[in-house]
Design a binder for this molecule. Structure first.
Ligand SMILES: Cc1cc2nc3c(=O)[nH]c(=O)nc-3n(C[C@H](O)[C@H](O)[C@H](O)COP(=O)(O)O)c2cc1C
Length: 363
């Protein structure tokens, strides 16, 4: 693809999202790359990968589990053990050394988890004991059946929320600039939010107010742990990924946005895929007054159009950042973009990961 040259836009100008000061409004979206070490710790390759992409206004890291039970995929990193925190410190230092900003995406997979991907004694938990019928890759990369989840007891939920809060403290101790709560793609927060996966009869299920409670309490706890201006959250209302169903996403996410609008959070990160039934950006604009990062299939023109009229504060790119470590500079100059090699998204070590050249070095 040839990017269009950057006509008048402030996408390349600094922005402030809560307490996060960005050099530009182009964010690297979170991407699981399955290259963590034996103890789910960030490796030297991961340090280099994020360092290369530090010219993004903000990097949102790959989904990172807040506990052993929160792991669902193979070779994903954690943030609950000392070796993991030390590994993230190296990532944060490398990104900061290049003048970048980086927040950690907290991802608890809940029921979207293959047993063989996690520690043998790690449980699989969810709001209700309803299995995920989607298969997800196991250790050999082939799709496998997910683990039957155990429904969390009411009394256990405070502990799960505290694991998120402690992970946010760990992220800050590692020098990361903040955290993003992953509330979509069929993981634990979305399992609580959605009617298809939440059949609870306690204060965390049943009514709409009860279904949003887990996410609201988690965001409150994480905000109290590290300051609200360093906390964002990611949503995609109606996302069916990982066998999700919600009877009325507009009501669910409208209520959630209203409930957390006053917390002083840094941003909401929206995966925007409007349908005739629901335009989630309209929903966000109606119920949310802090910053918005919009994502999904963007190029410079569509990103600029989203920014026109201040509909969003920043835009994020995922796949273009895989193959264009200097994406911001390429977009600014109207330079050609390199296509990513899909076969290396989730496999490979250095290959397809830290070997994409900067534009200056391209043939
Ligand atoms: C390899 C890969 C891994 C991803 N992992 C995550 C993840 O860990 N957390 C998340 O919220 N989204 C994840 N996503 C979704 C992206 O952040 C993004 O929403 C999606 O790719 C659409 O943006 P794009 O069109 O700019 O690629 C992933 C996408 C890709 C391609």
């Amino acid at each position: 693809m040839i990017a269009s040259a950057s006509a008048s836009t402030d996408l390349f100008s600094p922005a402030r999202l809560g307490d996060l000061e960005l050099a530009n409004r182009i964010v690297m979206a979170p991407m699981t790359r399955n290259r963590a070490g034996l103890h789910d710790e960030p490796t030297a390759h991961m340090v280099e990968y994020y360092r290369q992409r530090a010219s993004a206004g903000l990097i949102v890291t790959e989904g990172t589990h807040p506990s052993r039970a929160g792991k669902g995929y193979f070779r994903t990193p954690g943030i609950h053990e000392p070796a993991q925190i030390s590994g993230w410190r190296k990532v944060a230092d490398a990104v900061h050394g290049e003048g970048g900003r980086i927040v950690l995406q907290l991802m608890h997979c809940g029921r979207a988890s293959v047993k063989a991907n996690k520690a043998p004694d790690a449980e699989t938990v969810a709001p209700s004991a309803i299995p995920c019928r989607a298969e997800i890759p196991g250790p050999d990369g082939r799709r496998a059946q997910t683990d039957m989840p155990r429904a969390l007891e009411t009394a256990e939920i405070a502990q799960v929320i505290e694991e998120y809060a402690q992970s946010a403290r760990n992220a800050r101790a590692a020098g990361l600039d903040g955290v993003e709560l992953h509330c979509t793609s069929g993981y634990l927060p979305m399992q609580f939010l959605s009617t298809g996966t939440n059949r609870r009869c306690d204060r965390y299920g049943g009514s709409l107010t009860n279904r949003i409670r887990f996410v609201v309490e988690t965001l409150e706890a994480v905000a109290a742990a590290i300051g609200p201006g360093r906390v964002g959250f990611r949503i995609f209302p109606g996302n069916p990924f990982n066998d999700m169903q919600d009877e009325d996403p507009a009501s669910t996410y409208g209520a959630l946005l209203r409930a957390v609008d006053g917390l002083g959070l840094a941003y909401v990160h929206l995966i925007h895929a409007p349908t005739e039934a629901l335009d989630a950006l309209e929903l966000v604009k109606a119920h949310w007054h802090a910053a918005v990062i919009a994502n999904n299939n963007l190029n410079l023109d569509s990103a600029r159009a989203l920014r026109t009229g201040r509909r969003v504060d920043a835009v994020s790119f995922a796949r273009w950042f895989i193959s264009n470590p200097d994406l911001v500079e390429r977009l600014r100059r109207g330079a050609p973009l390199t296509m990513p090699d899909r076969s290396k998204f989730y496999t490979g070590e250095a290959a397809g990961y830290i070997d994409y050249p900067r534009f200056e070095l391209s043939p």
